[in-house]
Design a protein around this ligand. Structure first.
Ligand code: ADP
Ligand code: ZN
Length: 287
């Protein structure tokens, strides 16, 4: 059985046809410009592919509350052309198929839980550290929505006193995304993140902020596994630093089986950056 999957990002849209085994049959990447330009390309690509349903993992904030009058619409976004755009409605109208929706990060979390390193794990946090920071959260096997959806990239993190960088978040002076996203690294050090590979000070500070973010999520959500994806996490030297700092911060406040095995507790995304699109396909399967 084939399903349509869309990873809707602020800069690009990835559209794919996915087999229920998790095999990606075909994939297309198009730039996110305006709904008038981008949506017809998505619909054209999917319309003759004999897919049974479509799933979308979307940038946010997006209304994922099914009984809300604005369900399926993009909400307040700096991408003004997309503000209040009815993404689910446009896909339903254009394709005449059922459409499943969640956030991009919840989709990635679901992808890892279905096909990746979190198979069989019911309480999972998936964090992307890229242009922004976002967290997908599963509790008891179910993706967490609540009143809307979590925006855990904006949790408050104490800034290191000696850090001369400014938060890049327009809303918060000292939030996770503002201090630790790719653009924040680049603003603080005046270079592209990949040009800073050999500068240990950069990754010490970055791992400190990430560890603090994780610490808050560990204590609040009690995940059994934390998966870190996104462009910044291609710097794999961050993993041992983050594990060490999380262990230090927790300071044996509690000791669990999972925390005793840090290498399998805080792990890289396992699906070659396809976790989002595969999760979107699972949203289609479940619709
Ligand atoms: P997006 O978040 O837009 O979907 P990415 O997850 O690729 O896309 O994140 C892009 C950000 O990640 C950029 O700010 C970039 O600086 C950073 N980034 C991308 N590749 C690397 C890398 N190899 N090392 C460190 N940072 C990277
Ligand atoms: Zn913020």
């Amino acid at each position: 059985m084939l399903y349509g999957a869309i990873e809707a990002g602020g800069t690009k849209m990835v559209v794919a046809v996915v087999e229920d085994t998790g095999e990606i049959k075909e994939k297309l990447t198009i730039p996110t410009t305006t709904p008038e330009e981008t949506m017809p390309q998505i619909i054209d690509f999917l319309k003759d592919k004999a897919v049974k349903a479509v799933g979308v993992g979307s940038f946010g904030p997006v209304d994922v509350v099914e009984d809300s009058p604005t369900y399926g619409c993009i909400m307040n976004t700096p991408k003004l052309a997309w503000k209040n755009f009815d993404l689910v409605g446009a896909l339903k109208d254009g394709l005449g198929l059922p459409v499943g929706l969640d956030t991009d990060v919840n989709a990635a979390c679901l992808g890892e839980m279905t096909y990746g390193c979190a198979k069989g794990v019911k309480n999972v946090v998936y964090i992307t550290i890229g242009t922004g920071i976002g967290a997908g959260i599963a509790v008891d096997g179910k993706l967490l929505h609540g009143m809307m959806h979590p925006e855990a990239g904006h949790i408050i993190i104490p800034k290191r006193l000696a850090d001369r960088g400014q938060s890049v978040c327009p809303y918060h002076d000292s939030c996770f995304e503002g201090l630790a996203s790719g653009p924040s690294i680049e603003a603080r050090w005046g270079k592209k993140a990949y040009e800073l590979v050999d500068n240990q000070v950069v990754w010490e500070l970055e791992s400190e902020y990430i560890a603090k973010g994780l610490m808050n999520m560990i204590l609040t959500l009690s995940p059994q596994k934390i998966i870190l994806g996104g462009g910044v996490m291609h710097q794999t030297q961050l993993f041992p630093l983050i594990r060490e700092k999380v262990t230090e911060l927790l300071n044996h406040y509690y000791d669990t089986r999972e925390l005793a095995d840090m290498d399998n507790y805080i792990v890289p995304a396992s699906l070659n950056d396809n976790q989002g699109i595969l999760g979107a396909a699972v949203l289609a399967m479940n619709v």
